[in-house]
Design a protein around this ligand. Structure first.
Ligand code: NDP
Ligand code: MG
Length: 392
C-alpha cells in the first residue's frame, strides 16, 4: 500500500529533493501534506507536482493568497491552512506516519517536537531543532515511541556506520564528522567576502542559510551538537575532519581500531532515500560513485583560528546549558543580517560571541521555555544590530 508522506519545508532544497525521490516511487509513497514558509508561487508548484490533500503556509498573512492561487491552478480541492501552529499540526496529523522535517532554522523546533510527541517516523533534516531541543527532544522521541531518522548527510552516514554496533561497542567508539571546509578553506582571513562568494558552495547546492553556515563552519559546529544528541556521544568523542571532496560523508572509529565510513556522491537524495526506505534501501538516483575516477581522497584538520565558530560551538556544548540555543539564535539573526548586506561576513562570529557573553541561562525544561529563550536571543541580537552596537 502506498505510504502517505508529509513534507514540511517542501519548497526548499531538501523539500524538493524529497519530492523528487518520492515521485520515483508512486506505488510506495504519495504526498499527503506539504508546508512552506512564505513563498506562494513555489508552494503552488509543489502542489501541482504532488497534489497533496493539505497545504500549509507558515506566514499567516498569506492564507488568502495561497487559497486563491490554488483555486486558479485548478487545485481548489486542497485543504489550506496558515500559521506556525498549522505547520506543527501537520506534523502530528493522524493521517500520516512519515514526516519529513525540512524547515530551516529554529522555526522547526515546534513541528519537530509535535512529530516526536505524536510518535511519528521523523525524517529530520532540520538540525536547528536538534541543537535547540537537545536531550529533551531525544527523551521525547524515546518516551513517545517516535522513530528519528537523520537526513543530514553526515548524521545519516553515522547512523549507517553505527547500525549493528552493540551498546558496548558504541560506548567505546568515536565519531569522525567530515566537513567540506566550505568555499573559503585555506584562506588567511575572511575580509571583504561578498554574499555571492559565500553562497557559492564548492560541493553542495543548498538553501541560503545553510550555505552561509557552511562558509563560516558554523554548520559543522551545529552538526557536532546534532551528533552529540542524536547518537548520545560526548563532545570529546566527536572529531571534525576536513575532507574537501565530500565523498566520505562521515565515519565511526571503533575500539579495535576499525573505521567504518559511508561514501557516496554529494547528493542529498541518497540520505533522503535511505531514510524514506529504512530499513530497506531505495535508489535515490544520485550519481554513482566511481572510486577510480576520483583517484584520491584528502583529509586535514579544521582551522579554528580563521573559522572560530567551530570552536565556539564546542565550547557552548561543553557548558551543558542554554548556550547552544543562544548560539543558534544569534547565528540565525547574524546570517540574516549578512544576507541583507547589513554586516560583513567576518562579523557573524563576533555577533555570536557577543551574545554568548551576554546571555547565560540553564538549559530549558520544556519546549515553551526553549522557544522563549530563542525568541529573547533573536530580539536582543536584532536590537543590538539595529543600534549598531556591535563593533563590526
Ligand atoms: P531552504 O532555505 O532551501 O528551505 C527551507 C524551507 O523551509 C522552505 O520550504 C521554506 O519555505 C520553509 N520555511 C521557512 N521558514 C519557515 C517557517 N517559519 N515555517 C515553516 N517553513 C518555513 O533550506 P534547506 O532545504 O537547505 O534546509 C532545510 C533544513 O535542512 C535546514 O535545517 C538545513 O540545515 C537542513 N539541511 C539541509 C541540507 C541541504 O543540502 N540543503 C543538508 C543537510 C541539512 P519558503 O520557500 O516559503 O521560504
Ligand atoms: Mg550536513
Amino acid at each position: 500500500m502506498s505510504q502517505p508522506v508529509t513534507i514540511l519545508g517542501a519548497t526548499g532544497s531538501i523539500g524538493l529533493s524529497t519530492l523528487d525521490v518520492v515521485g520515483r516511487y508512486p506505488d510506495r509513497f504519495h504526498v499527503h501534506a506539504v508546508a512552506g514558509g512564505s513563498r506562494i508561487a513555489e508552494l503552488v508548484d509543489v502542489c501541482r507536482r504532488a497534489h497533496p490533500k493539505k497545504a500549509v503556509i507558515a506566514d499567516e498573512s498569506k492564507y488568502a493568497e495561497l487559497k486563491t492561487a490554488l483555486v486558479e491552478a485548478g487545485l481548489g480541492d486542497i485543504d489550506v491552512h496558515a500559521g506556525q501552529a498549522a505547520v506543527a499540526a501537520l506534523a502530528e496529523d493522524p493521517d500520516t506516519q512519515t514526516v519529513v522535517q525540512a524547515v530551516v532554522g529554529a522555526a522547526g523546533v515546534a513541528p519537530t517536537f509535535a512529530a516526536a510527541r505524536a510518535g511519528k517516523r521523523l525524517l529530520l533534516a532540520n538540525k536547528e531543532s536538534v541543537v535547540c531541543g537537545g536531550g529533551l527532544l531525544m527523551r521525547t522521541v524515546r518516551d513517545c515511541g517516535a522513530e528519528l531518522l537523520p537526513v543530514d548527510s553526515e548524521h545519516n552516514a553515522i547512523f549507517q556506520c553505527l547500525s549493528g554496533a552493540s551498546p558496548k561497542s558504541r560506548a567505546g567508539a568515536r565519531i569522525l564528522l567530515t566537513a567540506s571546509g566550505g568555499p573559503f578553506r585555506g584562506r588567511k582571513d575572511l575580509k571583504g567576502i561578498t554574499v555571492e562568494q559565500a553562497l557559492a558552495h564548492p560541493r553542495w547546492n543548498m538553501g541560503r542559510k545553510i550555505s552561509i553556515d557552511s562558509a563560516t563552519l558554523m554548520n559543522k559546529g551545529l552538526e557536532v551538537i546534532e551528533a552529540r544528541w542524536l547518537f548520545d556521544f560526548e563532545p570529546s568523542r566527536i572529531q571534525v575532519v576536513v575532507h574537501p571532496e565530500s565523498i566520505v560523508h562521515s565515519a565511526v572509529e571503533f575500539e579495535d581500531g576499525a573505521v567504518i565510513a559511508q561514501l557516496g556522491s554529494a547528493d542529498m537524495r541518497t540520505p533522503i532515500a535511505y531514510s524514506l526506505g529504512w530499513p530497506e534501501r531505495l535508489d535515490g538516483h544520485a550519481r554513482r560513485l566511481s572510486l577510480t575516477e576520483i583517484g584520491r581522497l584528502t583529509f586535514e584538520e579544521p582551522d579554528t583560528n580563521i573559522f572560530p565558530l567551530l570552536r565556539i560551538a564546542y565550547e557552548a556544548l561543553e557548558k551543558g546549558d542554554g548556550s547552544t540555543i543562544v548560539l543558534n539564535a544569534a547565528n540565525e539573526i547574524a546570517v540574516e543580517a549578512f544576507l541583507a548586506r547589513r554586516i560583513p561576513f567576518d562579523a557573524i562570529s563576533k555577533v555570536i560571541q557577543d551574545m554568548l557573553a551576554r546571555i547565560s541561562e540553564p538549559f530549558p525544561q520544556s519546549v515553551e521555555e526553549i522557544l522563549a529563550l530563542d525568541a529573547r536571543v533573536r530580539e536582543e541580537t536584532r536590537r543590538r544590530l539595529e543600534n549598531a552596537s556591535f563593533e563590526v
